[in-house]
Design a protein around this ligand. Structure first.
Ligand code: ZN
Length: 176
C-alpha cells in the first residue's frame, strides 16, 4: 500500500469523465488499497480515483453516524465507521427531497461549498471483484456518494455550489 498524491486544479484528470472499470484484478485492488490509505491519511470521508490522477470509475468512502450523547454531551454510544468501495457506480434513484449542506473536498483544500443534493439515493455498483450490488443511502452518506460520483464525471463541488467559502487549511474539517 502507498499514499498517493491528491491532485488539485488545474489537473486535467479531475475534469475528465472517467472510464468504466473492465478488469477486476490485482491492479484494481492495489489502486483501491492505496486510495483507502490516502483517504485515511488526508484525512477525508471519500476519495475518487480521478483525485489521485487515475481516470477510472472507482471511489472509496468511510463514514459512521454521529455518536449518541446524553444531555451533558457525553458520548454514550459510538458507531463504527463503515468503509465503502464502489466500482462503476450509477445513481438509479434520487429522492425528490433536496437538502443543502456545507461540504469540503480533498482536491479543493481551501474551500467549503454549500451544495444542494438529493436527500436519499440508490446506487448500483460493482464490488472490487466485479459482483453487482446495490445500496440505498440517506443524509450525509448519500451526500458523500453524490460528491464522489460527480468526481467520476469531472464535476467538482464548485460547479454546483450555491455559496463558496475560503478556509484556512488548518481550520478545515474532513474533506471528500
Ligand atoms: Zn471531492
Amino acid at each position: 500500500m502507498a499514499i498517493r498524491t491528491i491532485v488539485t486544479p488545474p489537473n486535467e484528470t479531475l475534469r475528465r469523465k472517467a472510464r468504466a472499470v473492465s478488469e477486476f484484478g490485482d491492479d484494481l485492488q492495489s489502486l483501491i488499497d492505496d486510495m483507502i490509505e490516502t483517504m485515511r491519511d488526508a484525512p477525508g470521508s471519500g476519495l475518487a480515483a480521478p483525485q489521485v490522477d487515475v481516470p477510472l470509475r472507482v471511489f472509496v468512502a468511510e463514514f459512521g453516524p454521529e455518536p449518541d450523547v446524553d444531555e451533558d454531551g457525553e458520548i454514550i454510544h459510538e458507531y463504527p465507521r463503515k468503509l465503502y468501495t464502489m466500482v462503476n457506480p450509477e445513481i438509479t434513484r434520487r429522492s425528490v427531497e433536496l437538502v443543502t449542506a456545507t461540504e469540503g473536498c480533498l482536491s479543493l483544500p481551501d474551500l467549503l461549498a454549500d451544495v444542494e443534493r438529493a436527500e436519499g439515493i440508490t446506487v448500483s455498483y460493482q464490488t472490487p471483484r466485479g459482483q453487482s450490488a446495490k445500496i440505498k443511502a440517506e443524509g450525509w452518506l448519500a451526500r458523500i456518494f453524490q460528491h464522489e460520483i460527480d468526481h467520476l464525471d469531472g464535476v467538482l463541488m464548485t460547479d454546483r455550489a450555491e455559496k463558496l467559502y475560503k478556509v484556512e487549511p488548518e481550520l478545515e474539517g474532513e474533506g471528500e
